[in-house]
Design a binder for this molecule. Sequence first.
Ligand SMILES: [Fe+2]
Length: 480
Amino acid sequence: MTLQFPALPNFTGYNAPMRTDCEILDLEVTGEIPAEIEGTWYRCGPDPRFAPKLGDDIYVNGDGVVSLFRFHRGRVEFRMRHVRTERFLAEREAGRALFGAYRNPFTDDPLVATVSGSSANTTAFFHAGRLFALKEDGLPYELDPDTLETRGTWDFKGRLTSKTVTAHPKIDPATGEWLLFGYEAGGLGSRDMVFGVVDKHGNLIREDWFEAPYTAMQHDFAVTQDYVIFMVFPTTADVERMREGGDHWVWERDKESWIGILPRHGSVDQLRWFKRPAAYSFHVGNAYNEGSMVYIDLCLSHRNAFPGIPDADGAPYNPEEAAPFLTRWSFDAQDPEQSFSSRQLSPIPGELPRVDGRVVAAKHRVIYYGGINPELPLNISGPIGPGSNLLVRVDVESGAVSALHLRDADSFQEPQLVPAADHEGYLLVVVDHHDRMLASVAILEAAHPEKGPVATIKLPIRLRDAFHGCWVASGASNGA
Ligand SMILES: [Fe+2]
């Protein structure tokens, strides 16, 4: 069989699969890397190894590839390696794609009937000295933090019973705990959910099961000091539809969103749900509570932002409806329906919100994210279509918004904050140079990204858009 990728948007241009495991030592640097940047930046994203079984595929179905930038005394090295998932190994053995439509096992080759289809492609995550690649439809894969070699799936020494773990874990900096949840935890299309807590040493100390009101794509959740909030937005799954070859996910605009509030230290019997109109959010920037008042800053759109997820009623994808805006939800956990309010925090649409890892679950002042100005040139890269043409900083207390636009041929990937002891720190961000088909890393003053890079790390290769990552300071046992 000839291996050839289709000439379609998810497989051409900047989205062309790289299919590369590599190491580049002593990257070229323009400017001086600040002395505070000592540690490793891990990232994870999709990169298909084989042409899609069904002729085309969505961006998020690519095989997981994890990369690292290691900073030491002003020098930087780079390493990138595919996660050897069960799926990767089975397809490698066959020399072709065996998995079909995204998370639809009824479209898979019978050869992989008992093989996990999870691609481990969403985030690189570091906790208690271990590095993981996470994807919300399967177990974590543990990787060697230096070589990025795959050690295998991780189920907390047999303690985890959920089949899934979110790719948006939270580390509470106050306790060192890893808080997690899983949806479709009992299997394909199930309403089963779990909430779990891993102590600072890496031991799973809590796993509670409960049911969602309906089966939905729950990509992220929110954690405060006293509450955990689950968000069931109407991107829904249906096994019968999958059995007929249909999509795992469709957007159902007629369904309500259900928001679940769990007292963090209480039992799941205390979980209560309240309803909101249909909306979607992929990512939460941060959340905190003051007494029973809960504040969640999230990127919110009127429909699922992914064009690859069709409307159940056949309506065409509307990019304006899908545009996410950073929004603050406030409500009193004692009476959420009556007290609920929603306020937009930035006029610039965008996604991939990040905060300083030291304020997760506590009050934050600043959020950084990738923004889109539709009046500036847009370049195709990543899951939504256009990549971010702005890097945005929002001071949620003062309301001040600042943004950086580099060249018209550039787009940004997800920013990563490197905190500093006595100032806001630095942002690391991969910049895609679409005219050169090369990438670089811009290092920016986090307080003033609009000033442009203080240093730039040049790569001799392109980097297909990753999703998420984490920073691990030298000698640290946890990431941020
Ligand atoms: Fe995500």
